[in-house]
Design a protein around this ligand. Structure first.
Ligand code: PGA
Length: 243
C-alpha cells in the first residue's frame, strides 16, 4: 500500500507566504497531507484560504496567570487541527521541559487537537554519543504520564536533531538519510505496540534537494519543514517528492 506522507510547513515567526493563500497551491495538497503552522495572528487568514492549520505551541492549562500564552482550547476554537509540542526553539528560548511538553501533548489530545511531539538531540549531546539517551528521556516523560492512555492514533512525532535545523541558512546540511532513519527506527522501538504506526516526521533542513531521499526511508513518514516551506517553489518540489 502506498504510504501517505505528512508535511508540516513550520513558518515560525515569519509572515505567511502570499502564494500559500492562493487556491490550489502546494500548501493545499491533501496527498501528502499538508498542514501549515503560521504565526498565531495569521491562523484565521490561513483558515479562510482553505488551508489545514496547526499551531506552533499551546499551553497545557486552560486558563491562568501565564502571560503571553494561549490555551489549547482557544487554538482549537480558532480552527487549528494540529499543535506542535516542544519544538526545540520553545525548549531553548521559552524554558519548555520534557514534563511541560508531556502536559501539552496530553492537554491537546484531551481536547481533540492532534499533537506533534518534537524531540531531538543538540550538537553537544550528539558529539558525546548521547542521541539515544536524549530521545529516550524526551519520550519517556510522555510514555510514563498517568494519562498516557489518552494518546491514540491521532498523534505524531517529529524527530528534529537541533544541530540540523537550518535557522534560515538554506545551505545547512540535514542529517544523513542513514542517521535520520536510524534515529527514527530507534524512536519507533520505544513506542508501545498499539502506537507502532505513529507517523514519525523528520525535521532539520529538509529541502527540495534532499526530501525525496529522506522520504524514501522506511521509518520516515513525512517532514516538518521550516526554511524551505517559506519558499513556495521549494515547498512545491517537496510536496511532489512526497506525492
Ligand atoms: P528547518 O526547520 O527546516 O528550517 O531546518 C525545521 C523546524 O525547525 O521545524
Amino acid at each position: 500500500m502506498k504510504k501517505k506522507f505528512f508535511l508540516g510547513a513550520n513558518w515560525k515567526m515569519n509572515a505567511t507566504p502570499a502564494a500559500a493563500l492562493v487556491a490550489g497551491s502546494p500548501y493545499h495538497a491533501t496527498d501528502p497531507t499538508v498542514v501549515v503552522f503560521p504565526m498565531v495572528t495569521e491562523i484565521e487568514k490561513c483558515k479562510k484560504a482553505g488551508l489545514t492549520v496547526g499551531a506552533q505551541c499551546g499551553h497545557a492549562k486552560a486558563s491562568g496567570a501565564f502571560t503571553g500564552d494561549i490555551p489549547m482550547q482557544t487554538l482549537k476554537d480558532l480552527g487549528c487541527t494540529y499543535v506542535l509540542c516542544g519544538h526545540s526553539e520553545r525548549r531553548q528560548y521559552h524554558g519548555e521541559t520534557d514534563d511541560s511538553v508531556a502536559e501539552q501533548v496530553i492537554a491537546a489530545s484531551t481536547l481533540g487537537l492532534i499533537p506533534i511531539l518534537c524531540i531531538g538531540e543538540k550538537a553537544d549531546e550528539r558529539a558525546a554519543g548521547k542521541t539515544h539517551d536524549v530521545l529516550k528521556r524526551q519520550l519517556s516523560c510522555l510514555l510514563s504520564h498517568s494519562q498516557f492512555s489518552i494518546i491514540n492514533s491521532q498523534f505524531l512525532i517529529a524527530y528534529e536533531p537541533v544541530w540540523a535545523i537550518s535557522g534560515g541558512d538554506p545551505n545547512k546540511p540535514a542529517a544523513t538519510t542513514e542517521d535520520a532513519e536510524s534515529a527514527h527506527r530507534f524512536i519507533r522501538s520505544l513506542l508501545p505496540k498499539e502506537l507502532q504506526s505513529t507517523p514519525i516526521l523528520y525535521g532539520g533542513s529538509m529541502k527540495a534537494s534532499n526530501a525525496k531521499e529522506l522520504l524514501a526511508q522506511p521509518n520516515i513518514d513525512g517532514g516538518l519543514i521550516g526554511g524551505a516551506s517559506l519558499k513556495p517553489e521549494d515547498f512545491g518540489t517537496i510536496v511532489e517528492a512526497a506525492a
